[in-house]
Design a binder for this molecule. Structure first.
Ligand SMILES: *Cc1c(COP(=O)(O)O)cnc(C)c1O
Length: 355
């Protein structure tokens, strides 16, 4: 039976990207060697990194003066590297969920941290809008897509201090104005590659402004100087990321990814709003296009396990909500075909007819 992969992360990748990766594991570029057994400094691997960086810059329209890095450690290590490299006195954070909170926790070890607003009191079902960012903050940190709660900041904010964004789960799903940010980062395993590589887009001249000693591996400058090759980078995930970037370009770029994301999200939210058995959990204006969260309507609450079983039998995978919030979450990343979203909708409609 066909599986419809709604996993939140690691998650769906385009089929051809997986096939190209499988091929390179067997024979990298006709070299007679696997991509698993070559040096990251081999002359035919350097072009992989170079092209991945070039495609990042091209697809996201990254201005001059920025570097693109491929590191290890996941977005979670960036939570600590950000304040290490950027926080001298004070930083501002928008608390929109567990990931934002974790980022904020790390920063507290480095200086004053101002939580400008939080939606914790409403289980992070919306994104706070009325708040002030202290003008003397070194940076303002946001999480553009809240993977667990299904809320998303779908536009670049205008604030009076440099912005830093965790874009782990919505990178490449819409055009962004990179010039508003000094740093954009994320784990690649949501929308780009298998787990193991972290992307970091960084404004070069925003570095070097903190007075503390920064350990070599945690210093962004090390990785800029080393072209992401200071030490051995995650070779295989970078190779796969390149295939995904080529795929995005061939499909029409981030504008087209955005068009598809809107189309898929609109389809599924329309069904959630129409179907009497289900309710969306995120505030309408903040609904994520990437992670679509819903629960059973109160009068059908006891049918939750039954719907899960029903959907699983129809090939739906990964629609269980995050363990901290329950209910359902359908992650519809770039590689998710419209047909799979339609299959989930069909499933919801059939279930409604049965009850
Ligand atoms: C998944 C996720 C993370 C954590 O990423 P790791 O690579 O596992 O450290 C952080 N932020 C957001 C928004 C995420 O979705």
């Amino acid at each position: 039976m066909k599986k419809h992969n709604f996993n939140a992360g690691p998650s769906i990748l385009p089929r051809e990207v997986i096939e190209q990766t499988a091929q390179a594991v067997l024979d990298f570029n006709g070299s007679g060697l696997s991509v698993l057994e070559i040096s990251h400094r081999a002359k035919d691997f350097q072009p992989v990194v170079d092209e991945a960086v070039a495609l990042f810059k091209e697809l996201l329209n990254i201005p001059e003066g920025y570097s693109v890095l491929f590191l290890g450690g996941g977005a979670s290590l960036e939570f600590c590297m950000i304040p290490y490299n950027f926080l001298e006195k004070k930083a501002a954070y928008l608390n929109t969920g567990v990931w934002a909170k974790k980022a904020m926790k790390e920063a507290k070890g480095f200086g004053e941290v101002v939580e400008v607003a939080s939606s914790a009191e409403a289980t992070y079902t919306y994104i706070p809008k009325d708040y002030e960012v202290p003008a003397d903050a070194d940076y303002f940190h946001i999480t553009t897509n809240n993977t667990i709660y299904g809320t998303e900041l779908k536009e670049d904010l205008d604030v009076n201090v440099p912005m830093i964004a965790d874009m782990s789960s919505d990178i490449f799903s819409r055009p962004i104005d990179v010039s508003k940010y000094v740093c954009i980062y994320g784990g690649a395993q949501k929308n780009l590659a298998p787990a193991g590589v972290t992307f970091v887009i960084i404004k070069n001249d925003a570095l070097g402004k903190v007075s503390r000693y920064i350990p070599t591996m945690l210093n962004y400058q090390t990785h800029i100087d080393g072209g992401s090759m200071f030490n051995t980078p995650p070779v295989l995930p970078i190779y796969t990321a390149l295939q995904t970037l080529r795929w995005i370009k061939a499909q029409g770029g981030v504008k087209e990814m955005e068009r598809r994301a809107i189309e898929k999200a609109d389809m599924l939210y329309a069904e959630i709003d129409r179907n009497k058995m289900f309710v969306g959990t995120a505030a309408k204006e903040d609904r994520s296009r990437m992670n679509i969260c819903f629960v059973m309507a109160p009068e059908y609450k006891e049918l939750e396990a039954e719907f899960m079983k029903f959907a699983t039998e129809k090939g739906m995978v990964g629609i269980k909500g995050h363990r901290s919030v329950g209910g359902f979450r359908a992650s519809c990343y770039n590689a998710m075909p419209k047909e799979s979203v339609q299959a989930l909708i069909d499933c919801m409609q059939e279930f409604e007819k049965l009850h």
